[in-house]
Design a protein around this ligand. Sequence first.
Ligand code: CAA
Length: 388
Amino acid sequence: MNLSLDTIQSSDFLTEEQIEVRDAARDFAQRELLPGVIERDTHEKFPHEQMKMMGELGFLGMMVDPKYGGSGMDTVSYVLAIEEISKIDASAGVAMSVNNSLVCWGLEKYGTEAQKQKYLVPLAKGEILGAFCLSEPEAGSDATSQHTTAEDKGDYYLLNGTKNWITNGGNASVYLVIAQTDPEKKHKGINCLIVEKGQEGFVVGKKEEKLGIRGSDTHSLMFTDVKVPKENRIGEDGFGFRLAMETLNGGRIGIAAQALGIAAGAYELSLKYSKERKTFGKPISEHQAIQFKLADMITSINAARLLTLQAARVKDAGLNYVNAAAQAKLFASQVAMDTTIEAVQVHGGYGYVKEYHVERLMRDAKITQIYEGTSEIHKIVIAREILK
Ligand code: CAA
């Protein structure tokens, strides 16, 4: 039995269509992402060509209705695909997750028909990329503390401020920007505006040099007196913070899947290596010290996979998935960190060099405990949900 295809990934648990999507993502990742992944990590290169192909395969608007250019799939298919992509290239995994969960989702759920035709259709087809702009120099975990302002000028908003650590920041064409319109109303005075690259006063700032997910494109963004037409606001006046929070609930399922992929990738490499590498006259897989590590890895990965699939299923069932998403993201990101550290240990000296991939996966894992809500924020979210 192939351990990467264990029971919870079998047809007892998944539909034929979900298995097809997973296998297509797995084939694509092996064929197109694996060959250049070390080079892209080393030189911080965005996987342009590969993202284009992912768009053509329908991976960038997976859950969007086909009438808006999407693939019309469920969240389970989406997490299976992100896991497979992230096993090989977690940078492509986050670019995919942001486009699907943080950009397409909000536009489809709350956008006007005109916004959908103009922005959602090309985003869902993968013709252009989107970015979600919430974090600021002084507003990370404390997301209500927005300093970017969107002053109401009648038929347009005047946008001023800076956004930080924006995924797809340099390569996006469409940006969903969260900004404060009426500070007296606190989070109920916040709006979400669609801004296009190239608008006067909008500058893409420096690209961040990062520990991990180095192939992903992370920038600061500056807005100086950018005129954003009122028709580019998503939802009612003051709905922007609620929209951001609802968006992140789904985004967190995508990041749980990314973390799961990082962990599963490290585990699969460790399993293979442990059967090949010999010490003291036998494969290291025959040493109990290594067996225990592999046993811990697969057990925690399967637990993370169940939580992630559960969150996806709760969302697909139309139920409240805040808690399920937070639990999946909290747990899967911890599993990604623990598993990748152990994967480096299993590989010994080879694990510390780039060629064996696990050091990259270890660096990539860390961000999953930070973005789309830190682990600490997730504990707050979970506690609030169970105590209300
Ligand atoms: N779902 C829906 N609504 C939510 C919500 C959720 N998960 N969390 C909060 N809300 C709503 C609340 O119900 C409340 O609305 P009402 O006033 O109408 O009742 C409103 O939002 C404000 O909530 P709180 O009073 O709880 O606000 P708070 O300041 O105490 O805490 C927080 C809010 C949960 C800590 C929130 O700030 C948070 O989630 N912070 C983390 C931010 C985050 O995840 N950032 C990620 C950046 S994006 C990113 O990382 C993208 C990338 O690059 C990959």
